[in-house]
Design a protein around this ligand. Structure first.
Ligand code: ADP
Length: 531
């Protein structure tokens, strides 16, 4: 459905006509709009979920199973639906996974809320009950989670494989997961008794061509630029690297100026002076012992010539983000004034080399000593394949980072949701009246996750529900849905694990989104907009 809508017209979720809707109508509209978004992504949940074909206004096609990608590209208009999209994006930014799950869960929370409201429970009571239930749910999740060591590759591998299993490149997941682990563990830094991973320190560069298994982990940085001058070396071993954020050019005046030279000898003097300044800049760089220069700004032709004569390899107009990564990888310092450059500022790499990647020439900076920034160079048969591979590598990087930073995991396949729902129902017995109703509704909504996985795998949701309930009442806490075998199994036996932090974020984000929408009782649209 999404494919068709996205293909022929943007997905517009709005109520036409009215500019103001009040009270229960406004609430009902909002719930409905948010549920439509939830319904669209629902069928893509899990490894057996369907892919969506998204077509943007320029006709570009993306085929994906990734909730975050879908939601980013949908043109959602209704404010309540937008809220759901925002929460999904926040989840993506925070933990990098669980986007589809949070939207499906929020949609289920809203459906159940509508049922309660229809039977005369006030929305505020529902919101309060949901808040209590979410706190309890997080407590339960923390209680059932398996605490692991943050650098235990075996656990990290299981989590990475689970994240990639539901994406297009599943068959190459084993190969890619190793690169993902190498990258995250390489850039992880000890902090506050734990680890911190800056995901920006892992550069994911892509180039169609070859196979996915040609994807490379580079212990350093790959820059998608070529060496600036033909006379420069294309390969420097034992590289001492200057990182310069200043132009290797004579700065032009801000205002346009004209220099009138009447005498030809003066013209020569003028040009000689320019050459002298540029030569001096190069001499200063040379004097530090640098044999490689990465410059964030431009390099004048003449300066290039002098650098080449000194046997220095130089690259110009390097992106700021890459400069930062180069500094982290090589241990060098970025200087903004060439006069200040000293040998202490230079970074180190065993090898800097320009290599041909398909039709382009890129510069590889590799063999860095304990680099705090690295590169994954993604290869694959077509642009679409490398794009999708990049997305799944991103997801895997994020979940591995999650576990390195907060070392606890839970089973996948909707097992933690089923277990939490089971324990919430028991806890609900201790509550009374309407609060109990809200907590039970919350538990039912959580259970939608395993049930949706079951549905997407072609199972009968009612049978799955009964089986899951039975398994969890017998103490099988990791009983979840195996979408490949279309049956309820123990996820620990299947090695399907996810970060605890993703589940906590899903609970938090979905509850917040649903509560915000449930508090709406008035939608006022500005003139010219639709709501
Ligand atoms: P999200 O965007 O929420 O991460 P996905 O489409 O990636 O959504 O699906 C994630 C769900 O699929 C999780 O509940 C996860 O446990 C489940 N899942 C992933 N791989 C497996 C597997 N091999 N077996 C069972 N469940 C799996």
């Amino acid at each position: 459905m999404a494919a068709q809508q996205a293909g022929y017209a943007p997905v517009l979720i709005l109520k036409e006509g009215a500019t103001e809707t009040k009270g229960r109508d406004a609430l009902r509209n909002s719930i409905e709009a948010a549920r439509v978004v939830s319904e669209i992504v629902r069928t893509s949940l899990g490894p057996r979920g369907m892919d969506k074909m998204l077509v943007d206004s320029l006709g570009d096609v993306t085929i994906t199973n990734d909730g975050a990608t879908m939601l980013k590209q949908m043109d959602v208009q209704h404010p309540a639906a937008k809220l759901l999209v925002e929460i999904a994006k926040a989840t993506d930014a925070e933990v990098g996974d669980g986007t589809t799950t949070s939207v499906v869960f929020a949609g289920a929370l809203l459906s159940k809320a509508q049922e309660l409201i229809d039977s005369d429970v006030h929305p505020t009571v529902v919101v309060d009950g949901y808040r209590k239930a979410s706190e309890k749910a997080m407590e339960i999740l923390n209680g059932i989670a398996i605490k692991v060591s943050p650098t235990d590759r075996e656990w990290l591998r299981k989590v990475a494989l689970t994240a990639m299993a539901s994406k297009v490149v599943a068959q190459d997941a084993e190969y890619l997961s190793k690169l993902v682990l190498d990258s995250v563990l390489q850039v992880a830094e000890k902090r506050d008794g734990g680890y911190k991973v800056d995901i920006d320190s892992i550069k994911v560069e892509k180039k169609p061509g070859g196979a996915i298994t040609d994807t490379l982990f580079v212990k350093g940085i790959v820059i998608d630029k070529e060496v600036v001058h033909g006379g420069m070396p294309k390969k420097v071993e034992n590289a001492k690297i200057a990182l310069i954020n200043a132009p290797l050019e004579i700065e032009k005046p801000e205002i346009s100026a004209e220099i009138r030279i009447s005498d030809p000898t003066k013209m020569k003097a003028f040009l000689d002076e320019e050459a002298r300044i540029l030569r001096e800049m190069v001499q200063k760089i040379k004097a530090t012992g640098a044999n490689v220069v990465f410059c964030q700004k431009g390099i004048d032709d003449l300066a290039q010539h002098y650098l080449a004569k000194e046997g220095i390899l130089a690259v110009r107009r390097v992106k700021e983000s890459d400069m930062t990564r180069l500094a982290k990888a090589t241990g060098g310092r970025i200087v903004t004034n060439i006069d200040e450059l000293s040998s202490n500022d230079l970074g180190y790499a065993a090898l800097v080399e320009e290599r041909k990647i398909e039709e382009d020439k890129w510069v590889f900076v590799e063999g860095c000593k304990d680099p705090k920034a690295v590169t994954i160079l993604v290869r694959g048969g077509s642009q679409r394949i490398v794009d999708e591979a990049e997305r799944s590598i991103h997801d895997a990087l994020m979940v591995v980072k999650d576990v390195v930073e907060s070392p606890a995991v839970v089973g996948g396949g909707g097992a933690p949701e089923a277990e939490t729902a089971y324990q919430l129902r028991q806890w609900a017995q201790t509550l009374s009246g309407r609060e109990q109703l809200a907590v039970l509704a919350y538990a039912n909504a959580l259970e939608r996750i395993p049930l949706t996985l079951a549905e997407n795998a072609g199972m009968n949701p009612l049978d799955a529900k009964t089986e899951l309930a039975k398994a969890h009442s017998e103490g099988r806490r990791w009983a979840g849905v195996d979408p490949f075998e279309s049956k309820v199994v123990d996820m620990d036996a299947k090695n399907v694990y996810e970060p605890l932090s993703v589940k906590l974020q899903v609970v938090k984000a979905a509850t917040e989104a649903a509560s915000m929408i449930l508090r709406i009782d008035d939608i006022i649209a500005a003139k010219g907009t639709s709501a």
